[in-house]
Ligand binder design. Structure first.
Ligand code: SAM
Length: 456
């Protein structure tokens, strides 16, 4: 298939320093530039993993006519991508498929990870980050989950007083996050993917920053909420936990495959108040009577993902994602935010991205607020005690939250809370003190149906 050859040629060009990624991709004359760009980026991202697998499977020794860059592209597609879709090398790779898969599995066992993404590891030189685990209060009380883990031999340190305590976590120990009410923190590298409490939906493996949007939206039980770009649904299940499954979540996503995964995740998490729709959020009508009670919207749109610790930069020497892609993403983010603000009953909206690019964060929020009728919506001061704030690119940007491995021990992230101008409360939550559970989270002992974690 021409795509694989073109991708291999770009990789060779990069290795020989014949030009930048963009120059080589555009110079390739391959028609579908986006497809080629994506394949090269992903192959590069997994380069070290692919070399290890190809090396231990002895692929290049067995197939001497297979050029190494092409081998990388083909093995990426075969093991980590969408599967080989044709071309003369397909039957050749098929002969080695079982061995290559076995080598990938062995590599994961050696590195003690269960997902392909976890093979990527943190950026070189970065300190490893703690693992955050949210207790799903639809399935389990916090105390029950903690007791279960203690019975398994984990040492529990109680609620941490600050980030230093999280930094110092080692071995089989865990604590509660200083700020978030139901968030457990484990030392870097702890892998709970196969843990029975995770498999049964009692624990959700979710980075701390990814728990902020739903927490700051804080819909009360009974509320109607839209989750505009919802899949794979970790934030949706957290919203359902805040609602105690009372009220309604309308969750939209364009990607049917991701929605299918989400449906499984939500069932496992015990979510029963959510309607999933495979729809473009931009075409959801704000005047549809079904949404007339929607007062809360969570908008977590597609973004460059430049804040995710496991993503290496797309090209050595480049300081961020491709500008053209960034422009396209920011265009969509602006349209989605403006559209969300047009829902008539909306009171509060949380906008979030796992991007560290100003173009997708402060710029989007500033532009959309400027387009609003004066004073219609304003930025609420989100979590005043949070240490890293929005870049001061416009007055009020410091009301937004930023996150980074260095300042908050998390992935890079951005959150803005927008409230309708006539709202009486100025903050989505009273000033939370470190060590105090946050208000607006349903109190623990109220009548919410919870199941005890069952002994597996
Ligand atoms: N909120 C999700 C979570 O916490 O699990 C992650 C959302 S992810 C950052 C962005 C999602 O937006 C993707 O699943 C993508 O398919 C979806 N998306 C992109 N454009 C969309 C659109 N126009 N309407 C609805 N969903 C869209």
């Amino acid at each position: 298939m021409a795509l694989y050859g073109a991708a291999a040629a770009v990789l060779s060009g990069l290795e020989a320093r014949r030009g930048s990624l963009k120059t080589l991709v555009y110079g390739s004359r391959f028609q579908n530039v986006r497809q080629l760009y994506a394949l090269v980026c992903e192959t590069q991202r997994y380069s070290e993993v692919l070399e290890a697998v190809i090396g231990s499977a002895g692929l290049l020794e067995a197939e001497r006519k297979l050029p190494p860059p092409l081998a990388k592209v083909l093995v990426y597609e075969l093991l980590l991508g969408r599967g080989l879709r044709g071309g003369r090398w397909k039957p050749v790779l098929a002969r080695h498929q079982a061995r290559l898969r076995a080598e990938l599995a062995r590599l994961k066992v050696r590195r003690r990870v269960s997902r392909n993404e976890d093979l990527l590891g943190p950026r070189p030189g970065a300190a490893p980050l703690p693992r955050f685990v949210r207790v799903n209060t639809l399935r389990s009380r916090l105390e029950d989950a903690v007791d279960y883990l203690k019975r398994e031999g984990y040492g529990y340190q109680g609620r941490a007083s600050g980030l230093e305590e999280l930094r110092a976590l080692r071995g089989k120990r865990f604590c509660l996050d200083p700020l978030l009410p139901e968030l457990l923190v484990f030392p870097p590298g702890t892998d709970l993917h196969q843990h029975p409490l995770h498999r049964a939906g009692h624990l959700i493996l979710q980075d701390k920053v990814s728990c902020l949007p739903a927490m700051l939206l804080a819909p009360p039980p009974g509320a109607h909420v839209i989750d505009a770009c919802a899949a794979p649904g970790n934030k949706t299940s957290q919203l359902a936990a805040l609602l105690g499954n009372r009220g309604k979540i309308f969750a939209f996503d364009l990607d049917a495959g991701r929605l299918a995964t989400m449906a499984t995740l939500l069932t496992r998490a015990g979510v029963s108040c959510c309607e999933l729709a495979n729809e473009d959020f931009l075409s959801v009508s704000p005047s549809d009577p079904r949404y007339r009670q929607v007062q809360y919207i969570l908008l977590d749109p597609s973004c460059s993902g430049s804040g995710m610790a496991s993503r290496s930069l797309e090209e050595p020497g480049e300081s961020g994602p491709d500008p053209e892609r960034l422009r396209a993403l920011a265009g969509f983010q602006r349209r989605a935010l403006a559209h969300a603000l047009s829902f008539p009953a909306l009171r509060r909206l949380v906008y979030s991205t796992c991007s560290i690019c100003q173009e997708e964060n402060e710029d989007v929020v500033r532009d959309v607020l400027q387009q609003q009728e004066r004073g219609a919506f304003r930025l609420a001061h989100a979590l005043p005690l949070w240490p890293e704030r929005g870049l001061g690119t416009f007055p009020g940007a410091e009301r937004c939250i930023r996150a980074s491995p260095e300042a908050t021990l998390t992935g890079g992230f951005f959150v803005a809370v927008l409230e309708r101008g006539d709202e009486t409360s100025s903050d989505p939550e009273p000033q939370a003190q470190a060590g105090e559970p946050l208000p607006n989270v349903p109190p623990k002992k109220k009548k919410r149906r919870r199941q005890k974690p069952s002994t597996p």
